[in-house]
Write a protein that binds this ligand. Structure first.
Ligand SMILES: NC(=O)c1ccc[n+]([C@@H]2O[C@H](COP(=O)([O-])OP(=O)(O)OC[C@H]3O[C@@H](n4cnc5c(N)ncnc54)[C@H](O)[C@@H]3O)[C@@H](O)[C@H]2O)c1
Length: 263
């Protein structure tokens, strides 16, 4: 089983090391990153010797492609994987809810890790019957929200916020547009539950917190569920929770087994 990783930042670099050292039955054959220094250093540190290629090269050389870049490349990547019948694992799940029309055209598997939230199994189960409401509240430090397009659009200086404050409320599509690098979990939740337009998202800034927190509340015919995940941040990217990286490793482990059996 050949795996290629596109985007070797906080998530991609850890996934490369995980595949390199800990994942049996597959090999890391190719990697891609626009930061050439970063990707060369990463490859030097690995035991295997993946080729450094462009996106098309990674797709051609691999059976499973892992995306860990940004929602903006996901539509194009999904289309290329559809054309070449390749399995794809997406981290920038916001890009999937922005390209829902492509889901009907899939020619291989699309894998979506649960990311930095817990409880997705319960939401999928609840979705067998009726779900009345899904709300996610993401509470983050100012540092982890810096650079989000919504802040520039609304003229919000997050670093000037001194007390806990809700700065955004809307649906998951609006949330991904405003915070493409911060609320991919809301896209994961949308796909597991009642869709992006019906999934309510709240973004809260709290200057006193050290851990990014995601709370999910779902109500339906099953009853009510509430989960809260307090996430240690990735040392490589304060926008990314370590749990998202671990979730991606766990999904990779499962999907390698699945694809082996499937083939
Ligand atoms: N699903 C989730 O729960 C979840 C959680 C955290 C992060 N994410 C998302 O996962 C993605 C990756 O996160 P990260 O923390 O690793 O980000 P990162 O910024 O640390 O890494 C992204 C990497 O992609 C590279 N890159 C940029 N443009 C590229 C291109 N066109 N082609 C190839 N490489 C390119 C960058 O140089 C960088 O090394 C982001 O979209 C992030 O929002 C999802």
């Amino acid at each position: 089983m050949r795996i290629g990783v596109i985007g070797c930042g906080a998530i991609g670099s850890v996934l490369c090391r995980f595949i390199d050292k800990d994942l049996e039955g597959c090999s890391l054959v190719s990697v891609c990153d626009t930061d050439t220094d970063k990707v060369e250093k990463l490859v030097e540190s690995l035991e295997t010797n993946p080729e450094i290629l462009d996106i098309d090269g990674v797709i051609d050389r691999s059976d499973i492609i892992v995306e860990a870049v940004s929602p903006s490349i996901v539509g194009e990547l999904m289309q290329k994987c559809i054309d070449k019948k390749k399995h794809l694992m997406v981290m920038s799940v916001g890009g999937v809810i922005q390209n829902l029309d492509l889901l009907d055209k899939l020619t291989a598997r699309l894998f979506i890790p649960s990311g930095a939230i817990c409880g997705i199994d319960g939401v999928k189960a609840a979705n067998i019957e009726e779900i009345d409401s899904v709300v996610i509240t993401s509470t983050k430090s100012p540092k982890s929200l810096k650079g989000a397009p919504y802040l520039a659009e609304k003229g919000i200086d997050v670093e000037a916020i001194m007390e806990k404050e809700t700065i955004f409320e809307g649906n998951a599509l609006e949330a991904i547009k405003g915070f493409p690098k911060n609320v991919n979990v809301s896209a994961v939740l949308s796909l597991a539950g009642i869709g992006a337009e019906n999934t309510r998202v709240r973004v809260v800034v709290d200057p006193s917190i050290k851990r990014n927190m995601h709370e999910i509340e779902v109500e339906g015919s099953f009853g009510k569920l509430y989960t809260r995940t307090e996430n240690v941040l990735s040392p490589l990217n304060p926008k990314t929770s370590h749990m998202a990286v671990l979730g991606a490793c766990a999904t990779l482990r499962r999907l390698v087994g699945f694809v082996k059996i499937g083939n």
